[in-house]
Design a protein around this ligand. Structure first.
Ligand SMILES: [Zn+2]
Length: 191
């Protein structure tokens, strides 16, 4: 069985704010019982810090569709918080990207090689400041400003909801209020 992740990326943050914002979100969502307890051990891969939480007892109130199995021991039903610059989306599919300067769309980008891989590999070192040149107009613009399809976001903080039903608008708005950042939702399917 494959796992589906809804990923909420906080696209206006900088890394130095991300940790404090994560703490604020965790405290609030645990109070509301949307998040359960911390699952120890899922931490620190590369430059990224990951914390995994169990699904809280009130999680069904913030999704649409079927309730989440609460008693499952599968970590894939929990919520992972990812701190550190990272690409949030599905790394196994090809993406198209639209230049923010001229609107030209580049097709068939992958994380295996080429410009998307090159840019993504630099985003952590460059703290989100990575610029990309457009093959059509030549303009160099921030990677953060390019529009990807299917959705792909570069952000220093994100939450990965494992196998939850579609998140409610209210939850996304709450997360925007708590973070002081726009929140955008991407998807990943892990076989
Ligand atoms: Zn362009």
């Amino acid at each position: 069985m494959s796992d589906h992740y809804q990923i909420v990326a906080f696209i206006d943050l900088q890394l130095d704010e991300a940790r404090a914002v994560a703490t604020k979100i965790i405290e609030d969502l645990r109070k509301r019982k949307i998040l359960g307890g911390l699952i120890p051990g899922a931490d620190d891969a590369n430059a990224t810090r990951r914390m995994l939480f169990k699904t809280g007892d009130a999680a069904a109130s913030v999704i649409t569709g079927d309730p989440i199995p609460r008693q499952s021991r599968r970590a894939a039903y929990g919520v992972e918080i990812v701190i550190g610059w990272w690409a949030h989306g599905d790394g196994d599919v090809t993406h198209s990207a639209m230049c923010p300067a001229c609107g030209h769309v580049t097709e068939e980008l992958t994380f295996d090689d080429g410009p998307l891989r090159h840019a993504a590999s630099k985003i952590a070192d460059e703290q989100g400041g990575t610029v990309v040149g457009c093959a059509s107009c030549g303009e160099e613009t921030l990677l953060l400003h390019w529009r990807f399809s299917p959705p792909l976001y570069f952000a220093p903080l994100a939450m990965r909801f494992g196998n939850w039903g579609p998140l409610s608008i209210d939850l996304v708005r709450l997360l925007e209020t708590l973070s002081g950042s726009r929140a955008r939702v991407a998807h990943e399917l892990v076989a």
